[in-house]
Design a protein around this ligand. Structure first.
Ligand SMILES: [Fe+2]
Ligand SMILES: [Fe+2]
Length: 252
């Protein structure tokens, strides 16, 4: 089960824009090709006709993040239950197998983009999100796990995941850019770091296995350069990605 720390919420009347109906506009990427369900026009009409506004700042339905959020704060307060469980289980398997810190941390972070930001090309997004804070090797491994998951390496102990046959159908073949990325990764000196992520990746989620995030406090402390100002507020090239998860419903 999810091991949430006590979260703080704010009452709706304490939020910015209090007293007005606050509307959440879905992200453009989730509306592409979904014209029939696209609420843009009706929400804009509601704004004009009824004085509703678009959400900016703290959404009262979400826990308030600490002023200087750490990596684990995002796990606790923002990541979906499935991502939370999945990342912790993957890292725990690597830990139990006696893998070095770099592999454990790579496993803990490999699907970080799926936590609360974006699924599409998640390995690439995730690698960028963590690049300022981890070694180049860890970020590289997260990027390339996206491609390696589709290609068996029986010698390393990795078969094509059964779950992918269900997810994508038996006839799915990866796009060319991932085939190229796989070839490139195979020749790279960090190949096994990325390959190990795919080996400890849990392809069928285990609901009944809870892992305490605190188990990874030391590994994170040793290898994740937590910014003093907090993730999202350190003016790094990726700070906006973390801020987008703090206030995911900001209209602009
Ligand atoms: Fe992944
Ligand atoms: Fe994964």
């Amino acid at each position: 089960m999810r091991n949430r720390k006590p979260a703080t919420y704010v009452a709706a009347d304490q939020c910015p824009q209090a007293g007005r109906e606050r509307m959440i506009m879905p992200q453009p990427i989730s509306l592409v090709g979904a014209q029939a369900r696209n609420p843009e026009r009706s929400l804009l009409r509601h704004m004009r006709d009824d004085g509703a506004v678009f959400m900016m700042g703290q959404n009262p339905d979400l826990p308030v993040m600490p002023d200087r959020p750490t990596l684990l704060d995002f796990f606790h307060y923002r990541f979906s239950d499935i991502a939370f469980m999945h990342l912790l289980q993957c890292a725990k398997l690597a830990l139990q197998a006696g893998q070095p810190d770099k592999v454990v941390l790579a496993c803990l972070l490999h699907d970080v983009a799926n936590g609360a930001l974006i699924r599409v090309d998640h390995g690439y997004w995730g690698a960028q999100m963590i690049a300022p804070y981890v070694s180049e090797e860890i970020s590289w491994a997260v990027k390339y796990h996206q491609a390696l998951r589709y290609f068996a390496d029986e010698a390393a102990g990795f078969s094509y995941p059964e779950a992918y046959v269900q997810f994508f159908g038996p006839d799915f073949t990866p796009p060319e850019y991932l085939c190229d990325a796989h070839e490139e990764a195979r020749r790279h000196r960090w190949y096994m770091t990325s390959r190990l992520i795919t080996i400890y990746d849990i392809y069928s989620f285990q609901d009944d296995w809870s892992v305490d995030p605190a188990e990874f406090t030391d590994v994170i402390g040793r290898h994740f350069r937590q910014p003093e100002a907090g993730l999202g507020f350190d003016n790094s090239p990726v700070a906006h990605m973390w801020r987008s998860m703090i206030w995911p419903h900001n209209f602009l």
